[in-house]
Design a protein around this ligand. Structure first.
Ligand SMILES: [Zn+2]
Length: 215
């Protein structure tokens, strides 16, 4: 009797799991929860691989290759999400900002351009315009708190060491305006096909906040 009850309960449980997993929103949230569990498991591993600052560059390369072998062998078993992105983001290269966490989405359906300080040169402007012409509907231009590139621009000694970066940070606002004035971009904004948002990423949490007004 007890055995029948256990089998029946297991059957009901399996049926519930199938029903729940057939709802895309639930699948998406459960996937996000499992990815977050993975982050939490790896976050605390301070005595593992790349955290050993005394290791040689060759050892770092070997470790990266080994990790790539493992990760790519897992990916090879599952087809990748392949729809065209509708979001493009400009993000600082700061390693603390994880764009998967920022979007809450691991399916790589976002074009991402990363530069120190989120600066835009003509090359990055071309990249973003290419993304827009590929069907992007939301362009998210971000800066972030505690930005090393902004500290470089504000420090006289560092400015001497990194003059091009300091100048690019200073010209950032003007370059964004130039980009938004490009005919292809401006036309899409004017027709309502493209929304542009400028936001500040909280580096500690990846929360998006309004960008402070320019000084
Ligand atoms: Zn930065």
């Amino acid at each position: 009797m007890a055995r029948k009850f256990v089998l029946a309960a297991a059957g009901v449980g399996a049926l519930c799991a199938v029903v729940v997993l057939s709802v895309p929103k639930v699948e998406f949230l459960m996937g996000g929860a499992m990815v977050n569990l993975g982050y939490r498991l790896q976050d605390g591993l301070h005595d593992y691989d790349f955290e050993h600052h005394e290791i040689t560059p060759e050892q770092v390369w070997n470790e990266l290759r080994a990790q790539n072998e493992l990760a790519s062998s897992v990916r090879a078993r599952f087809p990748r999400y392949s729809d065209h992105p509708v979001v493009a983001m400009l993000v600082c290269m700061d390693a603390r900002i994880d764009t998967n966490e920022l979007t809450g989405d691991t399916r790589h359906n976002t074009y991402i351009v990363r530069t120190a300080g989120s600066v835009i040169s003509p090359v990055e402007a071309d990249m973003l315009e290419l993304a827009v012409n590929n069907g992007v509907k939301l362009l998210l231009l971000t800066r972030h708190t505690d930005c090393a590139a902004e500290r470089v621009a504000a420090d006289q000694t560092a400015r001497g060491q990194y003059p091009s970066l300091a100048a690019a940070v200073e010209q950032r606002e003007a370059k964004v305006r130039e980009f938004l004035a490009r005919p292809a971009v401006a036309a899409k904004v004017a027709s309502g096909q493209l929304l542009v948002k400028e936001m500040l990423v909280d580096t500690a949490t990846t929360h998006l906040d309004p960008l402070p007004p320019p000084r």
